[in-house]
Write a protein of this length. Structure first.
Length: 202
């Protein structure tokens, strides 16, 4: 019995350590160092791929990979004599192909942690613990709901924080005046790691 209890405890700990919801760690594109850059039509674009993984957002990064999505932190410098507006008179290019960024709601829906996935913790509810031959203690009645509720709240909170940062750094349809610098987070689906650039389209 003791051996079974020990094995069950180890299995439970492994599940808990690997399956818990993960809080969202802010990206803060304004504070990043940018290594990749291009300049087209006097528009300087500095960017970082894999920003979720680099900032420790493992679960969101896993969803990003599964959905073939790329969230990119960007810095845009308008060196032209025209106001630029991404989505209006300026577009993104991946190599020579024009690409279209997703809006914050679509990005959140693709990347979010599933709160319902943590309902499996309710399987702990029937768990009983016996110590030194004592009567079984229904530890699962506390453990199951506690783990389920805690992880669902944590996942929902992380999704909300992700969405808030995406909204705060939404650069689409924002006017960037000549000489101005703007920072943002953009996401694209089904693109490779070819260099990004921005060009006037009208």
């Amino acid at each position: 019995m003791k051996k079974l209890l020990f094995i069950s405890t180890i299995c439970a700990l492994v599940i808990l350590l690997n399956g818990c919801a993960q809080p969202y760690r802010l990206i803060k594109p304004q504070k990043l160092n940018y290594y990749a850059s291009t300049e087209q039509d006097e528009i300087g674009l500095y960017y970082q791929y894999d920003i979720l993984r680099k900032t420790g957002n493992k679960k969101f990064a896993n969803n990003e990979r599964r959905k073939d999505l790329k969230l990119v932190a960007i810095k845009v410098i308008n060196n032209s004599n025209r106001t630029i507006n991404i989505g209006n008179n300026v577009a993104f290019f991946n190599g020579n192909k024009m690409i279209y960024p997703l809006d914050p709601i679509a990005i959140r829906n693709e990347l979010k942690q599933s709160a319902a996935a943590y309902l499996f913790y309710m399987l702990f509810t029937p768990l009983n613990m016996t110590i030194n031959g004592s009567d079984p203690f229904p530890i699962g009645l506390f453990l199951g709901p506690l783990l389920t509720g805690g992880n669902m709240l944590s996942a929902s909170g992380a999704n909300k924080n992700l969405y808030n940062e995406l909204k705060q750094n939404d650069i689409l349809y924002m006017d960037i005046q000549p000489g101005e610098t703007a920072y943002g987070l953009v996401a694209f689906q089904n693109i490779d790691y070819a260099p990004l650039s921005m060009k006037f389209i009208q």
